[in-house]
Each structure stands twice: as C-alpha cells, then as structure tokens.
Write a protein that binds this ligand. Structure first.
Ligand code: URA
Length: 209
C-alpha cells in the first residue's frame, strides 16, 4: 500500500463537506462519520488476503472467495477515534479492539498518555489505528510508537482529515505505516487545528465544547 491514500470517492467527499459545515448538528455529524468510516474501511481493507472455499449455491458447487482469516485489530485513539471505530466494527464485527488514550496538552501540543489496552498477539494481526484528525501528527506518532512497543508490526492509520504537517511527521516517524484519509487540508493554524478543517472532531461528535 502507498504511504498516503486519499479516498476521493464522491460519496466520501460529499459526506465530508456536510461534516465540515459548522451548523451540522451533532447527531447528523455522528451519523456521517459512521457512514464515511465504512467507506474508508473499504479502502483500508482492500488488500486483505483471500482464500477459496468450496460452497454449494442452490444450483451447483463452486469455489468462492472468502477472507483468509487474517486477524484484525482496530485501535481507537481516544476519544474521537471511537467515531470511526463504531462504523468499521459493523463491517468487520469479529475484529478485536484496542484503545489508546492520549490527550493533547493545549500549551505544548504534545501527547500525554492516560490509557492503553490492546488485544493480545498484536504481532500476528493487521492493526488499523483510527483517529479522525491527523493534525500535528504528535499523538498519532506516539500512539503508533506504543503499538509497536506492544508488538505490532503491520499497522495502518485511518483518518478522516489530514494536515500536511501531520503526514510529514508520520512519514518521518513511521514510514512503514500507510495512511488512508478522505482529504488533505491546507495547513495547521497556530492552535494546532486543521484548516479549513471541521473544528474539534471530538466536540462535534459528542456535543461537548
Ligand atoms: N483535532 C481536532 O479535532 N481538530 C483539529 O483540527 C485538530 C486536531
């Protein structure tokens, strides 16, 4: 997989535009995120290995493709990651789930860890780390550091919006981790927000301020 994949599908772009609009209500924002997460999951799981299985249709026997049982782990980077997680879990309900709790110190913009719980045998799984906003990349890179320390070797990073600064930071720290996103915006502002962006994803998803 390329280091960066931007999912330009019209449905993704349309839903993202609705999410960006400042007057989109919380419930609609959340629903749109759920829908986009499934379209992004389609892309991030595109290369999952398949195997053939002998089945019987009502008409005849055939060899048909099924997932080869590759173990998956979805890791939500709290708290906004949960918005992406829910939708993806509907598509891959058997995936194991982990959580990394990092908050961004508003003064230094550096990530501070407060929670870490991931499935066992991380090294045998395809690990998909999810966080809607790849901004400075500091917390994303730190989360990937933690996942690698826990044994993960095959990791993908799924987000909704990315800033060029975050992509560069991730590429420098984790060139082996492909990024899938719906859009790359212009830049970060002085507060570390992605512009034009969509604001604080967690606040908009959970209706907090
Ligand atoms: N996190 C957000 O939720 N929004 C941004 O713009 C940057 C980081």
């Amino acid at each position: 997989m390329d280091h960066l994949t931007v999912v330009t599908h019209p449905l993704v772009q349309h839903k993202l535009t609705l999410m960006r609009e400042k007057d989109t209500p919380t419930a609609v924002f959340r629903q749109l995120l759920r829908e986009i997460s499934q379209l992004l999951a389609y892309e991030v799981t595109r290369e999952l290995p398949m195997e053939m299985k002998r089945i019987e249709t009502p008409l005849q026997a055939m060899d048909a493709p099924v997932l080869a049982g590759r173990k998956l782990a979805l890791v939500s980077i709290l708290r906004a990651g949960n918005g992406l997680l829910d939708g993806i879990l509907e598509l891959v309900p058997s995936a194991r789930v982990g959580f990394v709790g990092l908050y961004r110190d508003e003064a230094t913009l550096q990530p501070v860890q407060y929670y870490f719980k991931v499935p066992e045998m991380l090294g045998e799984r395809l690990v998909i780390a999810v966080d809607p906003m790849l901004a400075t990349g500091n917390s994303s890179a730190a989360a990937i550091d933690l996942l690698k320390e826990a044994g993960a070797t095959d990791i993908r990073f799924l987000c909704l919006l990315a800033a060029p600064e975050g992509i560069a930071r991730m590429k420098a720290a984790h060139p082996d981790v492909p990024i899938v996103t719906a859009a790359v915006d212009e830049k970060l502002n002085e507060k570390g927000y992605i512009v034009p962006g969509l604001g604080d994803a967690g606040d908009r998803m959970f209706g907090t301020k």
